[in-house]
Design a protein around this ligand. Structure first.
Ligand SMILES: [Zn+2]
Length: 222
């Protein structure tokens, strides 16, 4: 078994010990009423545009290990729906000092992906939950594995393996149903742009696979 996979399995197993369970549906109005508490508890060291703040805070509340991570969400013109990466100068920084950017596609004219701002509340939590899974992994790794991960993006096989593993990290953080709803939307119901659905099916877990992963994860907790 590769070291990368082994680390991830240990990490997920440790997390399972302290995580409660998957929530089927987050009711936006309930969390809106708690936004101040969420900001105080999970919004430290984070910069989040108001459009996605609530969904980001709910997703962050499932990643308590990222409380001290410096994360900036930025609305940008990018091809993917969302993308998470450390700032380029991370190579000169100690792990504790790293900063991360989560780029959020927001340009309707360059529409190659489903835009997060068009997603509903739970689907937004799903996509952010996946991106936080990447940051949780970056936080566990030093410079070279992170650089290798970046270089690996050129290989579809590497991407399919690591993206599916990142989906499982989101499931193990109790956000499986939100990821499931996101994939139903991106693969089926939300009129994805040409080529987008095919890419999602190749690289990420399908809604059926996510349901199986949730079941598997919940069974391991009993
Ligand atoms: Zn990803």
């Amino acid at each position: 078994m590769q070291k990368w996979t082994l680390t991830l399995i240990i990490y997920i197993s440790l997390f399972q010990l302290c995580q409660a369970q998957s929530t089927r549906h987050f009711e936006e109005a309930i969390y809106k009423a708690q936004i101040e508490e969420l900001r105080n508890e999970f919004g430290q060291h984070k910069t989040i545009p108001p459009e996605i703040e609530l969904a980001a805070l709910v997703a962050l509340s499932h990643y308590p290990e990222l409380k001290n991570a410096r994360i900036k969400f930025k609305l940008r013109s990018i091809k993917a729906t969302m993308a998470a990466a450390p700032t380029w100068y991370f190579v000169f920084q100690r792990k504790k000092k790293r900063r991360y950017i989560i780029s959020v596609a927001s340009d309707p004219k360059k529409r190659k992906a489903i835009l997060p701002l068009d997603l509903d509340f739970n689907e937004q939590i799903g996509v952010i939950g996946h991106e936080l899974g990447h940051i949780a992994w970056y936080e566990q790794h030093r410079i070279w594995p992170v650089i290798r991960f970046g270089l690996g993006q050129a290989s579809e096989k590497f991407r399919a393996r690591t993206e599916k593993e990142t989906d499982r990290v989101a499931v193990a953080h109790g956000l499986g149903w939100q990821l499931h709803d996101l994939r139903v939307c991106t693969n089926e119901t939300c009129n994805p742009p040409p080529g987008f659905r095919e890419m999602k099916e190749k690289i990420y877990l399908s809604p059926t696979e996510i349901k199986a992963a949730i079941k598997e994860w919940e069974q391991t907790k009993q």
